[in-house]
Design a protein around this ligand. Structure first.
Ligand SMILES: Nc1ncnc2c1ncn2[C@@H]1O[C@H](COP(=O)(O)OP(=O)(O)OP(=O)(O)O)[C@@H](O)[C@H]1O
Ligand SMILES: [Mg+2]
Length: 466
């Protein structure tokens, strides 16, 4: 709480002046007003930390002000000032949530003590609220993990967007968790009890996708032996998730746009219109604005599905999240057998650029868990690409890659350092060689000047794919 602010309300100007003077002298920032209506406005615009109010005032009485204040800011302490120490009205105020009351003939001490107590309560409340909000946003949103500021922003937006009925477009590089976010939106929306129906717009040719989306009548085409409702109908009352919407063929874009505008569809081969009630969440890793410019995506559809855009940052921009995710995936795949990472391995994970984002990290951890021979994952259990800091292996000749540097840092003997360097270099060299020979082990082994069996052993040791 920055410097706390106190709002004082009483219809008697003397009283306001008196209280304001005492509190200012005690070092507080105060605003005093005699008009309760003005106080209401200030409650909204100024967000004070403490409200001191008279109970009996013409127009708006103190209790109304108190109620209004508490709905605006449930953590706001309110101290009521009661004439003649009328206990009943004070009790009524406390029941309504007032923090405490003061008789009109209060002493300076009484006033300052109650104000200090109220402000302390305010501070604790705020800390609590912040703490709770932080816990919620920094660690997880449903199954979506993240504690980076970038993800905290995403969670905040997901929470707000979920409450609305607006169509949402989730954009982000491959593997950033777009589907996970789409599911979180649904799960936190009023439609949560209704179905979440994913449709992969990239997986089917246009005509099949059309009948998948909108359904078909019996006999609409060869093979349509019975009437089948489309996924848009199946999602009734719930959420339709259009994955890879950027891949939707133009013809279907037009049909989808019409369906969303008219909230009705016609099955393939059908004549009747069927009402549809869906909220659409879409995802894409394409730049739709560019697709629109190239005439590959309908602008009207874009505005229809993109009322709220949720942009997922790439993993490399989520400071601190690699460590958090790596730990979570280790729990999942380590099955109690693999328990941690050594420093070199963790440093390599954190330095890598993760072009495949969270999915790539997940795969790397799963693989490392399978390879780990002890309870601890070491650099040996990580793919050469990760160890090379994401740069092509050939770059290793020009400079010392980050992972190589890290491999030999810490208090290790020269021999250990050499071994680690060699292991990283060896993996990098082999990967490069395999790549240049298109995965042909015999050819790569020949170039390397070692026999196939040895080459295979090395491939396994470094967990390289052929
Ligand atoms: N923040 C996260 N916390 C935990 N797991 C995550 C997170 N983000 C992604 N994942 C996991 O990573 C994998 C990829 O996520 P998802 O399929 O949602 O990504 P995507 O953006 O839809 O990828 P693509 O563009 O390839 O379709 C999933 O297994 C998902 O559970
Ligand atoms: Mg996806």
């Amino acid at each position: 709480m920055s410097e706390p602010r106190i709002l004082i309300v009483d219809d008697e100007p003397d009283m306001v002046e008196n209280v304001t003077r005492i509190l200012r002298r005690a070092g507080h920032r105060c605003t005093g007003v005699t008009d309760p209506a003005r106080a209401l406005a200030l409650l909204e615009s100024d967000r004070p930390d403490l409200l001191l109010t008279d109970l009996k005032m013409p127009e708006v009485d103190g209790l109304t002000l108190l109620r209004r204040a508490r709905t605006l800011d449930p953590a706001l302490p309110v101290v009521v000032i009661t004439a003649f120490a009328s206990i009943e009205s004070a009790v009524a105020a406390i029941k309504e949530g007032a923090f405490d009351y003061l008789p009109k003939n209060f002493s300076v001490d009484q006033l300052t003590v109650v104000v200090e107590r109220a402000l302390r309560q305010r501070r604790l409340q705020l800390e609590n609220v912040n703490l709770r909000a932080q816990l919620q946003t920094t660690f997880a949103f449903d199954n979506v993990l993240g504690r980076s500021p970038a993800m905290a922003e995403v969670f905040e937006l997901v929470r707000k967007a979920a409450r609305s009925e607006a169509n949402i477009l989730v954009v982000g590089e491959s593997g950033t968790g777009k589907e996970l976010i789409a599911r979180a939106v649904h799960a936190n929306s009023p439609r949560a009890a209704q179905p979440f129906v994913p449709v992969d717009c990239a997986s089917l040719p246009e005509n099949l996708l059309e009948s998948e989306l909108f359904g078909h009548e019996k006999g609409a085409f060869t093979g349509a032996v019975r009437t089948k409702p489309g996924l848009v109908e199946v999602a009734a009352g719930g959420t339709l998730f259009l994955d890879e919407i950027g891949e939707l063929p133009l013809g279907l874009q037009v049909k989808l746009l019409r369906a969303l505008q008219e909230r009705q569809i016609r099955r393939v081969g059908g004549t009747v219109l069927v009402d549809v009630d869906v909220r659409v969440v879409s995802a894409t890793n394409r730049d739709l604005a560019a697709a629109i410019a190239r005439g590959e995506f309908r602008e009207e559809l874009y505005y229809r599905v993109n009322v709220i855009e949720i942009r997922l940052p790439p993993l490399r921009e989520r400071t601190g999240d690699v460590r958090l995710l790596a730990a979570a995936f280790l729990k999942r795949y380590g099955q109690g057998r693999v328990l941690g990472y050594d420093e070199t391995a963790m440093a390599a994970l954190e330095a890598y650029r993760w072009p495949g984002n969270v999915r790539e990290l997940q795969n790397v951890v799963e693989r490392a868990c399978a390879l780990a021979e002890t309870q601890t994952i070491t650099a040996r259990d990580l793919p050469a690409t990760v160890l090379a800091g994401g740069r092509p292996a050939s770059a290793a000749a020009g400079e010392v890659p980050a992972a190589l540097k890290q491999a030999a840092t810490g208090d290790v003997g020269l021999r250990e350092a050499k071994d680690r360097w060699m292991s990283v270099l060896e993996a990098s060299y082999l990967r490069d060689l395999l790549e240049r020979h298109g995965g042909n082990v015999s050819a790569a082994a020949k170039t390397a000047g070692i026999d196939r069996k040895t080459f295979h052993r090395l491939i396994n040791k470094h967990g390289l794919k052929t």
